[in-house]
Write a protein that binds this ligand. Structure first.
Ligand code: ZN
Length: 440
């Protein structure tokens, strides 16, 4: 029933293991990463000064900006020849225009990552008798491959997986009798709509479990999916800059997501003051890698707001649980599981149109497409276009957005006063089912 003894170990044993691994991590960072050595030297701290978790609070946080500033290899703790996999969170980013991050994994790191995913599969009862269907956009979400590798590692059967339509996914589910579906919340809902439209009976499927990631699983979505499919739907958690998916996941008790505390040390801090909060208090999740060789991170601010619970779970596991992510501390949004910062969108629009006045990002869930993005660009009627005609302007923006973000968008020109208003925020992001903006 349990993949690793650590899952049910006494809390004191888990904490002791964490402390030992923390000291190893601090040593690795100090002796192999200039950035961390300089920081520790400035604070006159040595790795051996950390004898307790409280001592760790003397270390500053590592932020996304630190990762960006040391692109590409500045935070690597091993020579490149020891790195077997590079992951960039910047499929959306181009050098000089936006802000990329690259993370490196050694063979050990990749094995650890895969074993965590196996642990999450076994946690919800996936076995070698299951047929796993992985429905993600593999080019935009490389973490999707981990679902495949883990399925094969436990001896389950991997159904043909690809970036294909909901109709074809349903056909594969029926023909191959898939028992597990792993996909995004938006695509799962899209499959439900497709079933309703095509009058596909859930009884024609053989599903036993649905896994939703990498974005948080909204409770309303869970209810909708469970009422349609009649099977449990589980959420997952990961951090794009570290391990995603595999870092945490729900168990059958579904009272939070068990965190792989043998690999990651979690703190919850006040998003503004950085003060460390107690279990049960809501705050920003801060993570320290405990075994990562290639890219150790100390006190990394994830930007995810959650609550940590360290009481034992009814399932028998003692690994602490995080609540499903409540919100972000920054402006990050996500489309089809792909993280996106409105600031980046603004930068890339300004590269085409330096006089850009205002814009909005609208994410729709549309039948036949799933989630898609509209970019509404404010222009006054009669205003000149930077490169001549309206048509060539639209084409230029469209192709630039697709090239940089890797995601297509519908570009629409809207009078400034017709832009949807949401508070006084310059760049508003909201979800909408309608698209009447008075486009001209
Ligand atoms: Zn549990």
């Amino acid at each position: 029933m349990f993949h690793d003894p650590v899952e049910t170990a006494p809390r004191e044993a888990i904490r002791q293991l964490q402390l030992e691994r923390l000291q190893t991590t601090l040593n690795r960072a100090y002796f192999n990463v200039d950035f961390y050595r300089r920081r520790m030297d400035e604070l006159q701290l040595l790795p051996e000064d950390v004898a307790s978790f409280r001592d760790l609070r003397r270390f500053p946080f590592t932020t996304r900006e630190d990762l960006v500033d040391h692109y590409p290899y500045g935070l690597f703790a091993v020579p490149l020849r020891s790195v077997v996999r590079l992951k960039t969170t910047a499929h959306m980013l181009q050098r000089g225009q936006t802000r990329p991050i690259v993370v490196g994994f050694t063979r050990h790191d990749v094995t650890m990552w895969q074993s965590l995913m196996v642990r999450l599969y076994e946690q919800i009862g996936i076995t070698d008798r299951d047929i796993v269907q992985v429905a993600f956009n593999f080019s935009l979400f490389p973490g999707a491959f981990t679902f495949n590798h883990a399925a094969e590692a436990i001896g389950a059967t991997l159904a043909p997986s690809a970036t294909i339509s909901a109709t074809l996914q349903l056909q594969i589910m029926q023909d191959f009798r898939s028992t597990v579906l792993a996909t995004t919340a938006a695509f799962a809902l899209h499959i439900v709509e497709t079933m309703e439209r095509c009058r596909t009976s859930p009884a024609s499927l053989h599903l036993r479990h649905i896994l939703i990631g990498p974005d948080p699983l909204p409770e309303a979505t869970r209810r909708r999916l469970e009422s349609m499919f009649g099977v449990p739907v589980y959420g997952l958690y990961g951090v794009t800059e570290m391990v995603e998916p595999g870092m945490a996941g729900e168990c059958p008790s579904r009272q939070g997501l068990h965190l792989a505390e043998d690999q990651f040390l979690a703190e919850i801090v006040h998003p503004t003051t950085g003060e460390v909060l107690k279990p049960g208090q809501e705050g920003e999740l801060v993570l320290t890698t405990l075994t990562a060789e290639g890219y150790p991170l100390i006190r990394y601010r994830t930007g995810d707001v959650t609550v940590l619970h360290d009481a034992p779970c009814p399932c028998g596991r003692t690994l602490a649980r995080i609540a499903p992510i409540l919100r972000r501390t920054d402006s990050r949004i996500s489309i089809r599981g792909i993280p996106l910062y409105p600031e980046n969108v603004e930068e890339l629009l300004k590269a085409v149109d330096p006089d850009l006045d205002d814009f909005r990002i609208v994410i729709h869930t549309c039948f036949g497409i799933g989630e898609h993005m509209d970019l509404l660009i404010a222009r006054r009627p009669g205003q000149d276009y930077p490169n001549g005609s309206r048509t060539s302007y639209l084409e230029l923006v469209r192709s630039h957005v697709r090239r940089v973000l890797g995601i297509g968008a519908r570009i629409q020109i809207v009078e400034p006063e017709r832009l949807p208003q949401e508070g006084l925020i310059h760049k508003t992001v909201f979800r909408s089912e309608v698209s009447d903006y008075g486009i001209f």
